[in-house]
Design a protein around this ligand. Structure first.
Ligand code: GDP
Ligand code: MG
Length: 683
């Protein structure tokens, strides 16, 4: 005879006592929990070769520290470590009842769900996909009718099975959103360091969550002042972002998890849902309407980002033009100075060229945090989940990919919302194929140079589409090869809709804008100076330049410089793509930051004889070459900032280099094929 203890938890009136009676029959013992006048019922149950001690815990809605009942139930589970916790759920009002289940899951309790009141649920027209739901929640589920003694065997089998498996670390956790997760991460690390034994017993994550919820009991257990101090700081920070107690936001997120799980597994034959959030969901995640609404909203975001962004962008361009002019005027007209050239061509040309996009970036992120904070983004991921599954990805991968149209760097950061590592890596790898804002500058230069008015719009559309298609293909291929493995289904959270808070949106937007400025001020500044140096030295002897006009002199100088020589050196490699050494030098610049491609071409084709850069390009290359340049820039090597971010987020140079060379190789192959086949027709 093997012995098991099982504790019954559940909301008041969910039918706990009925289940307790069903399991134990007459073999009951009634006492009190030590020190309090709360009734403790214990009973025995024999099944197969098991003797199960069943304890009826007090009925609770939650496991916080607000009432004696909650504390008793929680401490029993922590201190007595029952082999199984049976959560009796009133399945006719499932969403409210599952809240307790999320708490038990978070405590890593070995959980079995008794879906009680299943007779009433059926009367209400609720149909559960028990198998899928139990996969999502990673628990066994047994439907029961407590007062009619139905479902006993299945419940007992589930209990025994769960007891046999023991406590296993849960794979999927409730995702509390970027801000809270960041604080949790910090606290967890600190707890592991300062509160070793306690975190062994209760789990770091659970402790960290309880600290954010300002759980008085857990705070009392923590001895280390620095942990409490850090927790208070985190709470304060979150309170300022959300304008609400973190505890409330955390509870909202748990309901979001439940709502997502139910949305996918429960069908109602009768229309029951009627609160405002549900009505909004009725339209926004509607099977047919959901996708077009979503696409329209995204279209709006992009249009607004670029339309409104045009104005501040123009002002910034004027400002940098003025700055360059002012600096140039420090030197008498016509004088040569390396410092002037470094400041004007290197620093302002490079960094200024990037900062002018700041308004677009800010607007895009403002729109995205508006959608995120209102709860809509979670719906977008929910809608895309079906499509993304076909690619071996998860619906949540969609959000980072979307951000990738703005810039790969924050997009890669945003993959933190993906908990499955293979999924996350796959998403990171294909993000650079989402044509970023910087690449738009390249298209904006090249498309009008090579394509007639009517073809320009469609051309741009085709380029973006090629990026998306390649991303889809690459993701699928990666999931079948390098990142092979099952996609375990997990819950797409559907947090309740909230009125977005201005402060929170400003903080988000500023945070991301600041990251972008930092990139411009550090990486891009360094690279601009480096490229400028490469393009300026060594200088040819002055007598070799006599008799040449200004434009020819600049070309000669460039050819003679390190940059020019590197361009020449790689020319044989890029010849089959239709590129010459001039494009080669610009491509090297583009690896630093895509925007540099344009400014670099500007230097190579120095303006003279009143011809614009565009006219010169048109005179020098065929439209096929123009298209191939765009294709190559779209697919090839992600910029240095992206590589650095991939390295940071994957914590591996290996993956960063894999991405860099993988995409460059792909770009080479695709462009090669397009150019060679294209030449057959054009030639
Ligand atoms: P507790 O507060 O969780 O201990 O709930 P009880 O076991 O006392 O049950 C509350 C009420 O629900 C009682 O009247 C039970 O007879 C009834 N009940 C329990 N289980 C079921 C069930 O599966 N279906 C129906 N229709 N009623 C139930
Ligand atoms: Mg009872």
């Amino acid at each position: 005879m093997k012995k098991i203890t099982a504790a019954i938890a559940g909301n008041p009136n969910s039918g706990k006592s009925s289940i307790f009676n069903m399991l134990t029959g007459a073999r009951q013992h009634v006492g009190n929990y030590p020190g309090v006048t709360v009734e403790k019922k214990e009973g025995l149950c024999r099944y197969k070769d098991y003797e199960i001690t069943v304890v009826d815990l007090p009925g609770t809605y939650s496991l916080s520290a607000y009432s004696v009942e909650e504390l008793i139930a929680r401490n029993f589970i922590i201190e007595q470590q029952p082999d199984v916790v049976i959560d009796v759920v009133d399945s006719s009002v499932i969403e409210r009842n599952l809240y307790l289940a999320t708490q038990l899951m978070e405590m890593n309790a070995p959980l079995v769900l008794a879906f009680n009141m299943s007779d009433i649920a059926a009367q209400k027209g609720l149909h559960f996909d028990i198998e899928y739901l139990s996969q999502l929640l990673q628990t066994k589920i047994a439907p029961t009718i407590g007062n009619k003694q139905k479902g006993k065997e299945k419940l007992l089998d589930a209990i025994i099975e769960t007891a046999r498996q023991g406590r296993a670390e849960r794979v999927h956790k409730i995702n509390y959103g970027e801000e809270i997760e960041t604080e949790l991460e910090k606290l967890e690390a600190l707890i592991a360091e300062k509160e070793g034994p306690l975190s062994q017993k209760l789990g770091r994550r659970w402790l960290a969550i309880k600290l954010l919820e300002q759980d008085s009991e857990i705070r009392g257990k923590i001895g280390d002042e620095s942990v409490l101090g850090a927790a208070a700081g985190s709470v304060e920070h979150l309170r300022s972002i959300f304008g609400d107690e973190p505890e409330i936001v955390i509870a909202d997120r748990r309901y979001g998890f439940i709502s997502g799980a139910c949305q996918e597994t429960i069908k109602s034959t009768v229309e029951l849902r009627h609160d405002r959030s549900d009505m909004a969901d009725g339209v926004l995640i509607h099977r047919v309407l959901g996708l077009p609404i979503f696409l329209f909203l995204m279209y709006l975001v992009f249009v607004l980002t670029f339309r409104i962004g045009e104005y501040p962008m123009g002002w910034l361009e004027q400002f940098f033009g003025w700055l360059a002019g002012t600096i140039t005027n420090f030197w008498p007209a016509g004088t040569e100075s390396w410092l002037k050239s470094l400041l004007v061509d290197g620093v302002i040309g490079g960094v200024g060229g990037v900062i002018v996009f700041l308004p677009n970036i800010l607007l895009l992120f403002m729109a995205i945090s508006l959608l995120e904070d209102s709860g809509y983004m979670a719906r977008a991921a929910f809608i895309m989940d079906r499509v993304m599954h076909k690619l071996g990805l998860h619906g949540k991968s969609f959000i980072p990919m979307l951000i990738g149209f703005g810039c790969s760097v924050p997009a890669i950061m945003a993959t933190r919302i993906l908990e499955n590592r293979r999924n996350r890596l796959t998403t990171i790898m294909v993000i650079p194929l989402m044509s970023c804002g910087a690449r738009l500058t390249i298209y904006a230069l090249l498309i009008p140079a090579f394509f007639a008015e009517g073809w320009r719009g469609p051309m741009l559309w085709v380029i973006y589409l090629i990026g998306i298609l390649l991303a889809v293909i690459c993701a699928k291929v990666l999931r079948l090869t390098v990142f092979r493995g099952e996609t375990v289904p997990f819950v797409m959270e559907l947090p309740p809709y909230r009125m977005p808070k201005l402060k929170s949106i400003c903080i988000h937007t500023w945070h991301r804008g600041w990251m972008y400025l930092k990139k411009a001020g550090t990486i891009i500044l360094a690279i601009s100076i480096l490229l400028w140096t490469m393009g300026s030295f060594p200088k040819p002897k002055p007598d070799s330049l006599t008799g040449l006009n200004a434009g020819e002199i600049q070309q000669k100088k460039l050819e003679y410089s390190v940059m020019g020589r590197v361009g020449r050196a790689i020319e044989p490699v890029i010849r089959p793509l239709g590129f010459d050494w001039k494009i080669g030098t610009a491509l090297i610049g583009a690896a630093a930051a895509k925007e540099v491609f344009v400014s670099q071409l500007g230097i190579v084709y120095a303006e003279d004889q009143g011809q614009t850069l565009r006219q010169k390009l048109q005179a020098s290359y065929t439209p096929l070459v123009g298209f191939c340049i765009m294709l190559f820039c779209l697919i090839s090597a992600p910029c240095v900032a992206t590589v650095a971010m991939t390295r940071q987020e994957t914590n591996s140079w290996g993956w960063a280099l894999f991405q860099f060379f993988g995409l460059t190789g792909l770009a080479y192959a695709v462009t090669f094929i397009v150019y060679q086949i294209g030449s057959l027709f054009a030639g």
